[in-house]
Design a protein around this ligand. Structure first.
Ligand code: ARG
Length: 458
């Protein structure tokens, strides 16, 4: 395609290091679509004849049909998907194929194809995340009243409801979706027609190709258009943040499934056995989601390092932009699907969770709050009194609400029998009805809002 000024062909090493076809063949659909939009525009603008434009369009369809039927051939001599397609087109329709590359370069071509690909990846992630949110909301609705220990430092802190805990992830995933949405909006401009770097002297219509490809309009600067990959980085940043969230939920499933916790029974379909220990049921899918978060953020760092310090305009380093994005997209799609399956199918062992909430003096704050409310005692003093009560209960091996009233009274005479109404885990969660708090009524409100936002009936 470019041999005119060369006396010698490339060495074997040159061909191998240069070839991107092994991975950028994944862009074939976008490449055909962008080429069809380009040639239709060239025809409409009379840069090529209407007849040639139709011949080329039909030829592109034929190449696409071949790829669909038998895959994209990998010939290193043809470097990349763009040259592979153009070369096959020439075999099919003859020299008129050479008119397709008028007023464009592989630089704007790859920038266009890659944007289209990332845009599709965003749409795919969005759909998966919406399904995950639906699963979270359904399970949260079932468990608005189910009590579990809430933790800080993974130490029992205060009782919460399982519905509240699940809705925390609903919120995180909602912000992840909005990050993808922002990235999509920002990247949705067409670089096509920027040509190699400076634009073109042919009378082209960039609005027309932008519209044909679903972009909001053409990009404003040809140098920027062929040089930046911030759209891919935006995607990888959103993907990394999302993967971090998924990894935290994965980790909770792993902890909850361990025998000392026993909070959940993970679905068999998303677990594996051990080849030596017959009793084992391992949370491998959750562990891999946790692991994939590391690889996905590695992809982000990889592309950031590729782009760092590159002068304008295109440099071949940028060919390395695709593998990390393709890798991250595949890992993210799997992670979202695995977590959604776990959320939907996991059996929550609510009696175990409630039992654990009874341990660890989870309602100690409720005793302190009661002293503040009923005894008009400053919170710091109430905290101290409660500490003494916890110490006593601990030494006797009983829960706070199992201490006899007389013993509580020796700690502080202002305590009376009404305190027991505040010390149960049910009373504790029911009391926390501040906006966004863990009280079952609050959780039901949030679930109803979420169902409406997701377009679920009722
Ligand atoms: N395969 C190349 C890439 O992905 C296409 C652009 C090549 N442009 C160039 N000037 N060599 O980056």
């Amino acid at each position: 395609m470019w041999g005119g000024r060369f006396a010698q062909g490339p060495s074997a090493i040159m061909r191998e290091i240069n070839a991107s076809i092994p991975f950028d063949k994944a862009l074939w659909r976008q490449d055909i679509a962008a080429s069809k939009a380009h040639v239709a525009m060239l025809g409409a603008c009379r840069v090529v004849s209407g007849e040639d434009a139709v011949t080329i369009r039909d030829g592109l369809d034929a190449v696409g049909a071949e790829y669909e039927a038998s895959g994209v051939p990998e010939d290193w001599d043809l470097e990349d998907i763009h040259m592979t397609t153009e070369s096959r087109l020439a075999q099919l329709i003859g020299p008129v194929a050479g008119r397709l590359h008028t007023a464009r370069s592989r630089n704007d071509q790859v920038a266009t194809d890659f944007r289209l690909w990332v845009r599709d990846a965003i749409d795919q992630a969005e759909a998966g995340l919406q399904a995950l949110q639906v699963a979270l909301v359904m399970r949260a609705g079932e468990h608005a009243d189910s009590i579990m220990p809430g933790f800080t430092h993974l130490q029992t802190a205060q009782p919460v409801t399982l519905g509240h805990h699940l809705m925390a992830y609903y919120e995180m995933i909602g912000r992840d979706r909005s990050r993808f949405h922002d990235a999509r909006k920002r990247m949705n401009r067409s670089p096509l027609g920027s040509a190699a770097l400076a634009g073109t002297g042919f009378p082209i219509d960039r609005e027309m190709t932008a519209q044909a490809l679903g972009f909001d309009g053409p990009t404003a600067n040809s140098l920027d258009s062929v040089s930046d990959r911030d759209f891919a980085l935006d995607y990888l940043m959103a993907a990394s943040q999302c993967a971090l969230h998924l990894s935290r939920l994965a980790e909770e499933f792993i902890i909850w499934a361990s025998q000392p916790f026993g909070f959940v029974t993970l679905p068999d379909a998303l677990s594996t056995g051990s080849s030596i220990m017959p009793q084992k049921k391992n949370p491998d899918a959750a562990e891999l989601v946790r692991g994939h978060a590391g690889r996905i953020s590695g992809c982000l760092v990889s592309l950031m390092m590729t782009m760092k310090g590159l002068p304008l305009a295109y440099s071949k380093d940028m060919q390395d932009d695709k593998p990390p994005v393709f890798e991250a997209a595949g890992l993210l799609a799997l992670s979202i699907a695995a977590i959604a399956g776990m959320v939907a199918e996991t059996k929550f062992r609510t009696e175990r969770m409630r039992g654990a909430a009874e341990l660890g003096f989870a309602t100690a704050t409720d005793l302190a709050d009661w002293l503040v409310r009923e005894g008009d005692i400053p919170f710091r003093e109430a905290h101290h009194i409660t500490g003494a009560a916890v110490k006593l209960a601990e030494s006797r091996g009983v829960a706070l609400d199992q201490l006899p009233l007389d013993d509580l009274k020796t700690i502080d005479s202002r305590i009376d029998e009404r305190v027991f109404n505040a010390l149960s885990v049910e009373a504790s969660v029911a009391a926390r009805k501040s906006h966004g708090g863990t009280a079952p009524d609050q959780v039901r409100l949030r679930v109803a809002e979420a169902r409406a936002a997701l377009g679920l009936e009722g």
